[in-house]
Design a protein around this ligand. Structure first.
Ligand code: ATP
Ligand code: MG
Length: 554
């Protein structure tokens, strides 16, 4: 068993294909140490898919004694912002990882510019005056070769001069681009003279107005990897067609040979994971913000009550696939329960209360019971729970016409009130609509734990003393979307029609007083109900997950 920091443990499992590659590279001496990187674009908040990538990149380096850089891929000034940079750093730290260096692709703009000129001098890049549309049409199709640009055969001198003028700001956006000169008939469309630089007159969050030309992904990513001597550049499957181009630039620039490896991106049921869609949900007020506890963002699930340990366990369980797949959201919940079951403090809270009166209990009499904060540690810290004449129990724990197998409270039935006595239901009251309002019971004084012989009954229910109850706001969540296969919804069909109108239910609940003294900092268990996390933002108690799998079966 491998320690997953404190709490949950990671089981031994067979190597994934990346571990095989790395072990081979280390034992053959190809690399003395490995270097990975996590390269987010600071254009949104990180989501659980990014968490998978973070756990993978940082996890591999950690496992093999290597290091990981955090590199912001900030090559598009229009969509990027320091707000996102800050949130990304916070989220990575929260997940429990430390980066060796904090870098920005924009740190390398001067070097990239020099390298572009190297390719121009080698006759491998040229300035193209065609419009975006002409370039697109000229590319051809998978079946037909493209057409060469009329500007393709400019002299090296002219290309150098024009590229410099692009940089000096002589041309408006879209007037010119720099393209690699490769092969307009290449079967890999990306090799048909890919763009290297475009003109964008916009202020960059770090370089300000120094630049008005910005490198394209393909001309930036591999070169940044190479500058940082990244040995294993791990990205998601859709980049596999980019790999030959990644290699082409590195080979022709004759620089450190970083290599790219692809794995399947994480998809989750009932969830959208694209930053563009998440931004739309935030901007249009479908959710409270990026950190709404229903969001699949790292800050959202943190506010929901997820722990870093549970996310790392989840990332490990999901594994590293080479083919796209969809992971059941309930696996993520399972991981959280595994972690919290061991660590969470227990309290009683009643979410949907009805009154219970103990007829044979003296008015005003209070008895305090000791209950363990965590049953896994019965000798550990205790909380004190007051028992009085008037209590609250869960509405669903009483049934007037109960089936035989119903072991909670029913007329003439017995149940143990958790940690305390066995009580018997002697009568109940209803309102004009026929709803039960009060359940009357009698306590069996001889059933007090520790008093004489232990008598057991089939049912135990939780309860809260009315007199000592603390009123709390409980927030119950369902999936944000009603459709399981959100990833299968075609572009053009509005995914927002599947938003779940019942994804948030707010309840006024009652909790035992000790809850408000809880210092654990992680979610607690409301016994028999679920795990709840004290929302640092609004003071509500967010239901992180239930006690068992509550997921709808298809
Ligand atoms: P999105 O498509 O949600 O906008 P992105 O891929 O554009 O995400 P980046 O900031 O570029 O977001 O991603 C940073 C890193 O996280 C990349 O290496 C990317 O491959 C990885 N990543 C993004 N989404 C996922 C996912 N769902 N599963 C695994 N890795 C992911
Ligand atoms: Mg991206």
């Amino acid at each position: 068993m491998e320690e997953n920091s404190k709490g949950a443990t990671l089981e031994q499992r067979p190597n994934n294909f990346l571990e095989d590659i790395i072990e081979a590279d280390l034992s053959s001496g190809k690399h003395k140490a490995i270097m990975t990187r996590f390269p987010p674009e600071p254009n949104g908040y990180l989501h659980i898919g990014h968490a998978k990538s973070i756990c993978l990149n940082f996890g591999l380096a950690k496992k093999y004694g290597g290091r990981t850089n955090l590199r912001f891929d900030d090559t598009n000034p229009v969509k990027e912002d320091t707000e996102y940079v800050d949130s990304i750093k916070e989220d990575i730290k929260w997940l429990g990882f430390e980066w060796a260096n904090e870098f920005y692709a924009s740190d390398y703009f001067d070097q990239l510019y020099e390298w572009a000129k190297v390719l121009i001098r080698k006759g491998l890049a040229y300035v193209d005056d065609q419009t975006q549309e002409e370039i697109r049409l000229g590319r051809g199709t998978v079946k037909e070769p493209g057409k060469e640009s009329p500007w393709r055969n400019r002299s090296v001198e002219e290309n150098l001069r024009l590229f410099e003028e692009m940089k000096e700001g002589k041309y408006p956006d879209g007037a010119k681009v720099l393209r690699a000169k490769i092969d307009m008939a290449h079967p890999n469309m990306l090799f048909r003279d890919p763009l290297m630089y475009r003109i964008i007159h916009a202020e960059h969050h770090r370089t300000g107005n120094k630049w008005c030309i910005y490198p394209m992904y393909d001309f930036a990513h591999g070169q940044c990897d190479s500058i940082e001597h990244i040995t294993h550049s791990i990205c998601t499957l859709e980049f596999d067609v980019h790999r030959p181009l990644y290699d082409w630039f590195i080979e022709n620039l004759e620089i450190f040979p970083s290599h790219q490896y692809e794995f399947a991106r994480l998809n989750l049921t009932y969830t959208v994971m694209s930053k563009r869609k998440l931004l739309e949900l935030v901007k249009n007020g479908y959710v409270e913000g990026w950190d709404d506890p229903r969001m699949p963002t790292i800050c959202g699930i943190r506010r929901r009550g997820y722990t870093p340990e549970s996310i790392r366990m989840f990332a490990d369980k999901v594994g590293v696939a080479k083919r796209d797949n969809i992971i059941d959201l309930s696996l993520m919940e399972w991981c959280l329960r595994q972690d919290l079951n061991e660590r969470a403090n227990r309290y009683m809270a009643v979410i949907d209360p009805i009154k219970l009166v103990i007829d044979n209990w003296e008015e005003g009499k209070v008895e305090w019971f000791d209950a363990p904060l965590n049953p896994a540690d019965p000798e550990g810290e205790k909380r004190r729970v007051p028992f009085t004449k008037e209590l609250y129990i869960e509405r669903e724990d009483f049934m007037e016409d109960a089936p035989k197998k119903y072991f909670r409270l029913k007329p003439d039935g017995e149940v143990r009130l958790k940690y305390t006595y066995i009580v018997k239901c002697v009568s109940f009251e209803k309102d004009a609509q026929g709803n039960v309002t009060v359940v009357h019971c009698e306590v069996d004084p001889s059933s007090k734990p520790g008093a004489g012989e232990w008598r057991s009954v089939k049912g135990t229910i939780h309860w809260v003393s009315q007199q000592y109850a603390k009123q709390i706001e409980a927030r119950l969540f369902d999936t944000l979307f009603t459709e399981e296969q959100m990833g299968a919804i075609p572009e053009g069909v509005d995914y927002k029609q599947y938003l779940n109108p019942d994804s948030l239910v707010i309840k006024s609940a009652y909790a035992e007083p000790a809850l408000l003294e809880d210092k654990s900092g992680i979610a607690v268990q409301f016994e028999r109900v679920g795990y709840f996390y004290h929302d640092p933002k609004n003071g509500a108690w967010n239901k992180a997950t239930g006690l068992r799998d509550s997921f709808k079966v298809k």
